[in-house]
Design a protein around this ligand. Sequence first.
Ligand code: 3HC
Length: 319
Amino acid sequence: MQALSIVELEQRFQAKVDAEIKIEPKDWMPDTYRHTLIRQISQHAHSEIVGMLPEGNWITRAPSLRRKLILLAKVQDEAGHGLYLYSAAETLGIDRETLVQELLSGKAKYSSIFNYPTLTWADIGAIGWLVDGAAIMNQVALCRCSYGLYARAMDRICKEESFHQRQGYEIMLVLAQGTPEQRQMAQDALNRWWWPSLMMFGPKDADSPHSQQSMKWKIKRVSNDELRQRFVDITVPQAEYLGLTVPDPELRLDTNTGRYHYGEIDWTEFKEIIKGNGPCNRQRMRTRQKAYTDGEWVREAAMAHSQKRALKMNPTQAT
Ligand code: 3HC
């Protein structure tokens, strides 16, 4: 049988995507599709791992044993999400060490949101409520991604994110119904995390270099702006229920569409954060680099153990 040309292979690939047939690791796929997935999934994984740092900062200072246990569980979940996503990226033919080095060298991105400091306990509530809430909005759409493995990973991750969002909102509710000082702490946290949470959805559609192709490949199923709008529409009533004020003087409900009009995002701030000039970028990278160095012995021991096991299983395969 004559080999198919690249054009025919690409046509067959796109026809599968258009027919909502999932693409699996062993299927033929355009190199550009593979590279887009490696870029997005690895940066998603980096975000999960770096995202542990701002919250980890409060584990020893949680206001009760119950809150400490919940926060510990959440941070451990994020580690699991990261490892899960690194494994998903490896199915595309790249190894974990390469991905980790891309993060540590600054070549790869992670979500801008994790470059802000967690100044009070209310920030832990705002992160769960807003950051995990935004992540769920984005990740529910990814459950329909054309790359089957990523879509299935999202199924599981979204279930845990719902717990993350719920526990964060409960923290905000307790503070909002607490003393005047606690209410103010919750309002300050909303003021600090509202706009950075909107930036999580990425640049405006018109400024997104990847969206058009990612939508054609059904990696991205809903645009950056639409997901951002859905997040605002769901979250503003939640803030009102808390009795807190969203820090956006232009925010108003459009009674014709039932959607909220919101003010302009500070894209200069967004670009600066992405360039590495946010409040915590350098601190986050230093912490990750130290963790990598300190963990060298663990990796060596794990590798030695797996080589010993392999040798025991197959003595002829002396390395
Ligand atoms: N922070 C950092 N970089 C961002 C960004 C953000 N908030 N939003 C966009 N970017 C980057 C993109 O990575 C891309 O840069 P690159 O070419 O170097 O990768 C550039 O800005 C252009 O953006 P596009 O919108 O064109 O890029 P994408 O099509 O990749 O869309 C995205 C961006 C919506 C973030 C998409 O990559 C995505 O859906 N990623 C998977 C979800 C994810 O990574 N979420 C991050 C948070 S994870 C999290 O919150 C964990 C939870 O447990 C708390």
